[in-house]
Design a protein around this ligand. Structure first.
Ligand code: NAD
Length: 250
């Protein structure tokens, strides 16, 4: 069965060929969706969309800028006429100790990972509320649940924990309009965000604590986003789905 036939999906942070966002875009396109990739890297977004096929669009967007989110969503609507799905995937991390977090680092990590989820969600709300339909899925992290401890700092854990609260509150407020909001909390997924940052020794130690005995790949997360974006999850809202190989069982 094709799960997203006739649907249009906006995916933030989908420019990187080895990232979770692009894997999600590819998966959605294969399931019949028309995809709009939004990324700070405008050229990368356009290239990624072109790789998926001519009906897909790639648009530059800084999710930390509310006006830019509104502009980008306006461009998507002008091109596609509808948005059924929003995947808030854009994010950045920084591996520093809590005592080294300065105001600029704190602001940058909160802005992209947390404020960006609010602004891009707000940008699709008028359209989704008018149509009384929509599925929004947000990228959190196991770091939010266990307090970091792999690569991100405390400011990253705080931002990703904030995403859980924001998404649950949005789920509560938007349910009456037929809009579902859910989160994923991935463990360690092999992408550019951590490439080259894990030594062989560290990898062995990490694997000791992963019952499924492997690191995650972008497709593992893309498959869960597919579930949350499709009607298979029609009665699921405010949920958090772990995608961590059992690294955290709770
Ligand atoms: P990635 O670096 O490939 O993807 C992040 C994307 O976000 C990049 O394309 C980047 O250009 C984009 N981006 C950054 N700032 C932006 C901004 N201001 N506006 C718009 N786009 C912006 O890495 P990834 O691992 O695929 O990360 C995707 C998401 O998954 C992130 O939110 C990350 O925190 C989260 N995550 C990753 C892991 C992991 O182990 N890889 C685990 C848990 C959560």
């Amino acid at each position: 069965i094709v799960l997203l036939k006739g649907k249009t999906a906006v995916i933030s942070g989908g420019a990187g060929a080895r990232g979770i966002g692009f894997a999600t875009a590819k998966t959605f396109a294969a399931q019949g969706a028309r995809v709009a990739i939004l990324d700070l890297d405008a050229a990368g977004a356009a290239k990624a969309a072109a790789e998926l096929g001519p009906e897909h669009v790639g648009i530059g967007c800084d999710v930390t800028d509310k006006a830019d989110c509104a502009r980008a969503i306006g461009e998507v609507l002008a091109a596609t006429g509808q948005i059924d799905i929003l995947i808030n995937n854009a994010g950045i991390t920084q591996a520093i100790k809590v005592w080294d977090i300065d105001p600029e680092s704190w602001a940058r990590i909160q802005d992209v990972n947390l404020k960006g989820v609010l602004y891009l969600s707000q940008a699709v709300m008028p359209h989704m509320r008018e149509r009384k339909a929509g599925a929004i899925a947000c990228m959190s992290s196991v770091s939010a649940q266990r307090g970091g401890g792999i690569l991100g700092g405390a400011h990253y854990s705080a931002a990703k924990a904030g995403v859980l609260g924001l998404a649950k509150a949005m789920a509560r407020e938007l349910g009456a309009d037929g809009i579902r909001v859910n989160c994923v909390t991935p463990g360690l997924i092999q992408t550019d965000i951590n490439a080259g940052k894990i030594s062989d020794d560290a990898r062995v130690k990490i694997l000791e604590n992963i019952p499924l005995n492997r690191l995650g790949v972008p497709q593992d997360v893309a498959n869960i986003f597919l579930f949350l974006a499709s009607d298979l999850s029609a009665y699921v809202t405010g949920a958090v789905i772990d995608v961590n190989g059992g690294m955290l069982i709770h």
